[in-house]
Design a protein around this ligand. Structure first.
Ligand code: F6R
Length: 611
């Protein structure tokens, strides 16, 4: 949430910062802005997407070798030019950008107002900035020292970047709870919320830790903690290619990412699953396998789409491993005083690895002695680093705001985890284990086949795009997929959509059914199939429009459904990896048919680093 970029070095800063902002725009697009140093601090900012700021600066003198830029997801104050970052301190000496929330800003603002400060924006950021400037002036200290003193009083989350009008070389940066990566070049440094603005220039990066301050000059990077002790920067090599963050000929990142899934699922399984030998190698999980089995229960913590992956995992782990699983919304778990004991096992699922609620929930659980296993996509992210062990999903950068390939990566990892634990615990027969391993290995090819239905699904999208509401129903392993299908549709097309267990529909939502309501059934062949078909009958009896996702060879559902999407057969445990694909395409095409920006749906942002 909010993207930040900084550059100091021999290049012109503006083009580097601008390109970086475009790469980070998925993190928020309410406004954007840059601050440059060219005969004084120059701040240019504009409500709306980065392109609007870019248009607004045409003709301006943008020469500068230092710069910071911000793309905003509004928290304090409406999206507007006034509330856009960077902010300038009242003295005009310092420009600052911020990702996060300062929780005690109101108290600090009152103090500053009593000293005569006035504010141009409604943001917590401007308060922190003037607080820092005030400390600097009162203590006659360096900007670095003022930042350190200020941050000791701050409650909340932040990644901040500051530049001072009298220092054309130095960016002061600090983080707590919001990510910061620093790229190390020759005579230059790049700062950003994630590595995507950096990989074009260097693969050597430092992930800044919470409570660290970075003093960044073209030739020097110093890291210190809030106690002013120097920290050794840990340099990591990025394992990411530029092509992975470009559209590669697709109209939208979302479509590219949907179509990448045969490869990303393959990458996720590669080196772990050997279907011929019947082995699954997951060192992070294996190390804790005995403890997981002994723990007596597993708690899964996640948000949004990742929470849906957790629900699928609950069904699979309980079925295959006979270990009780609880799936918790991170935002609830962190505040509701849950019972967590030493040795409890928590699986945190997160694409970004930066979701604030998930991060804090596992921090709290870790303090109580729980073992944290992270299922994360972004390498080196906060959740990955906080976890004792885990497994990366290897889906590559996911830029479309709606999660697609990261979700199937999570499912693939969780299925391997379940199979591994079942094998260790001996709750699965050798035949079933071997057969599920084989089926899992076949998923990339099956997903490739399903993607050939794209044109058919596009036609369905045209047919149903004017619906105002939509129900998604499924049972068993496909129930979480119904939830995920509904979430995808509502976030991309703004059609009100609900996911429900198919049988639960009778207890309320059936009241919505009339001839205008499309009802998507996730109704592939599984143990519940006949029951789902009965639910389909109930919808048809009330004239609802049925779109059924079914398995090849199903002769009954086509007689009931208005439209069908036919998938290759799969074991019911593997099915969620397949059934989610057509629902992603349906949401995408309906969003496009309605003329929406599917990569940047309104009000949303990727990587929710505020609670
Ligand atoms: C929906 C979506 C969100 C995320 C949620 C958690 O398409 O992307 O619901 O799944 O914000 O994010 P991560 O997985 O990064 O923790």
């Amino acid at each position: 949430m909010c993207g930040i970029v900084g550059y100091t070095g021999h290049r012109e800063a503006y083009p580097v910062v601008l390109k970086g902002l475009k790469r980070l725009e998925y993190r928020g697009y309410d406004s954007s802005g840059v601050a440059l140093l060219n005969g004084g601090l120059k701040v240019y900012k504009k409500k709306g997407k980065v392109a609007e700021m870019e248009d607004a600066v045409v003709g301006k003198d943008l020469h500068s070798h230092i710069g910071i830029g911000h793309t905003r997801w509004a928290t304090h104050g409406e999206p507007s030019d006034r509330n856009a970052h960077p902010h300038l301190s009242q003295s005009g000496d310092i420009a600052m950008i911020h990702n996060g929330i300062i929780e005690n800003y109101a108290k600090i603002k009152t103090e500053l107002v009593s000293k005569g400060y006035t504010f141009k924006s409604d943001t917590d950021t401007e308060v922190l900035l003037n607080f820092i400037d005030d400390i600097k002036k009162n203590n006659e200290c360096s900007l670095e020292e003022a930042v350190r003193i200020a941050l000791r009083r701050i409650v909340g989350a932040y990644c901040i970047l500051l530049i001072h009008k009298d220092d054309p070389e130095t960016i002061i940066a600090a983080r707590k709870g919001s990510p910061l990566v620093i790229g190390i070049g020759k005579g230059e440094h790049f700062l950003a919320s994630d590595a995507s603005p950096i990989i074009e220039y260097t693969k050597e990066v430092v992930y800044v830790n919470d409570y660290e301050i970075a003093i960044v000059k073209p030739d020097e990077l110093i890291l210190k903690n809030l106690g002013n002790d120097k920290q050794t920067p840990f340099i990591t090599k990025l394992d990411m290619e530029l092509a992975a963050i470009e559209k590669g000929g697709y109209d939208h990142f979302m479509l590219k990412e949907i179509f990448e899934q045969p490869q990303t699922i393959f990458d996720c399984l590669r080196g772990r699953l050997d279907a011929d030998k019947g082995t699954i190698t997951m060192s992070g999980i294996e190390k804790y396998a005995e403890q997981i089995i002994q723990a007596g229960r597993i708690i899964i913590i996640a948000c949004g789409t990742s929470w849906h992956a957790g629900l699928v995992a609950e069904y699979i782990i309980e079925e295959l491993c006979r270990i009780p699983v609880e799936v918790e919304y991170a935002s609830e778990f962190r505040y509701r005083n849950p019972i967590v004991n030493k040795g409890d096992v928590i699986i945190a699922i997160s694409q970004s690895g930066e979701t604030a609620d998930t991060l804090v929930a596992i921090e709290n659980a870790k303090e109580k002695g729980a073992i944290i296993l992270g299922i994360v996509n972004v390498v080196g992210s906060s959740i990955a680093r906080l976890s004792h062990a885990g497994a990366y999903t290897h889906a590559g950068p996911e830029i479309g705001v709606a999660s697609t390939k990261a979700f199937t990566g999570q499912l693939a990892v969780l299925m391997m985890v379940a199979l591994k634990l079942a094998q260790v615990k001996q709750t699965i027969t050798a035949e079933r284990y071997t057969s599920l391993c084989k089926e899992l290995a076949e998923v990339p090819d099956k997903v490739a086949d399903i993607l050939k239905l794209d044109e058919h699904i596009q036609k369905l999208a045209e047919k149903y795009k004017d619906a105002t509401d939509c129900l998604f129903l499924g049972r068993g392993y496909n129930f979480p997929i119904a939830l995920e299908g509904a979430l995808k549709l509502k976030e991309i097309s703004y059609i009100h959509a609900e996911g429900y267990p198919a049988a639960e529909m009778k207890h309320g939502p059936i009241a919505l059914v009339d001839e205008h309501l499309p009802v998507v059934f996730v109704a592939t062949k599984d143990s519940y199939h006949e029951k789902v078909v009965s639910n389909m009958q109930e919808i048809k009896a009330r004239k609802g429009k049925v779109i059924a996702v079914i398995t090849e060879g199903d002769t009954v559902s086509p007689t009931l459904a208005d439209d069908i999407i036919v998938l290759p057969p799969a074991d019911e445990i593997i099915a969620p990896l397949l059934t989610t694909i057509p629902l992603q395409l349906l949401a995408y095409h309906i969003g496009i048919a309605k003329g929406y920006d599917v990569d940047k749906p309104r009000n949303l942002a990727k990587s929710v680093t505020v609670e």
